[in-house]
Design a protein around this ligand. Structure first.
Ligand SMILES: Nc1ncnc2c1ncn2[C@@H]1O[C@H](COP(=O)(O)OP(=O)(O)OP(=O)(O)O)[C@@H](O)[C@H]1O
Ligand SMILES: [Mg+2]
Length: 238
């Protein structure tokens, strides 16, 4: 996928599910490598929830979070993908499911979390879409009800993947990282600003996040003189 050639894409466009549709593609292998790296980054304290975030908008968080959720499910891991972006959610578009229930409703209505979860075509993968967009996302994400919800979900799932808004725009990801065992920072190599990345890291450090790695998204891979395509390269570190 060459992003340069892509036309302006609406937020409602499903994000590409390459892991499901092209399991043998190089990029799908990159997602499986990232899955392995995440597993090995938590030997003493197993990583059972991961937040995907970025410094600025459009780095590829939702695309990577959705593909990683499928990659875990394909490995037989009971997985939940939570759309923690209560401002510009996309998960329900990607999986083409309704968004009447989901995270915002689960937090506000205190209903059993399983009632707010949507099944997918993948056996081991469930979704918690964003739910209706609330007027006060940060307040919801910082609430005791959110903490209780995440604790309940941790009992039902072996892996919880959380999508989120960009760090430098709103405080939501700093709040969400407290609910995750590990945080992966995603950056678009074509729109990569060192200072913004450092600022993002600083915000995560201040929030006490366990940063387990960085993904360089949209990196061009040259396989031969005439062959080039784009993929996400995991650069995890422990
Ligand atoms: N490696 C890639 N190659 C080609 N297109 C990509 C790649 N990664 C993401 N995209 C596309 O770029 C756009 C932005 O990606 P995505 O929505 O996943 O980013 P995001 O970080 O979640 O954005 P936001 O901050 O708005 O939530 C989407 O149209 C997505 O399909
Ligand atoms: Mg997104």
């Amino acid at each position: 996928m060459n992003r340069k050639k892509m036309n302006k894409i609406e937020n409602t466009t499903p994000r590409s599910m390459v892991v499901a549709n092209q399991p043998h593609a190089t990029v799908s292998e990159q997602f499986r490598i990232l899955r392995t790296n995440i597993t090995y980054s938590g030997v003493d304290h197993p990583i059972r929830s991961v937040l995907f975030t970025s410094a600025i908008a459009g780095a590829g968080k939702s695309t990577i979070a959705a593909n990683m959720a499928v990659a875990y499910a394909q490995a037989g891991v009971k997985t939940l993908l939570v759309d923690g972006d209560l401002r510009r959610p996309t998960t329900h578009y990607t999986f083409e499911v309704p968004n009447r229930k989901g995270l915002s409703k689960a937090i506000i209505d205190h209903v059993p979390p399983e009632d707010m979860v949507t099944k997918t075509e993948f056996d081991k993968l469930d979704l918690m879409t964003s739910g209706p967009i609330p007027p006060n996302p940060s307040e919801l994400l910082a609430s005791k009800s959110m903490e209780a919800l995440m604790n309940a979900l941790a009992i039902n799932y072996e892996m919880v993947i959380i999508d989120s808004p960009p760090l430098l725009s709103v405080t939501d990801s700093q709040l969400l990282c407290k609910q995750a065992d590990g945080v992966v920072l995603i950056t678009d190599v074509e729109n990569n600003d060192r200072n913004e990345l450092l600022e993002a890291k600083d915000l995560l450090d201040k929030a006490g996040a366990n940063i387990i790695g960085v993904v360089l998204n949209n990196r061009e891979e040259r396989r031969g003189p005439n062959e080039a395509y784009y993929y996400a390269e995991p650069v995890t570190e422990s």
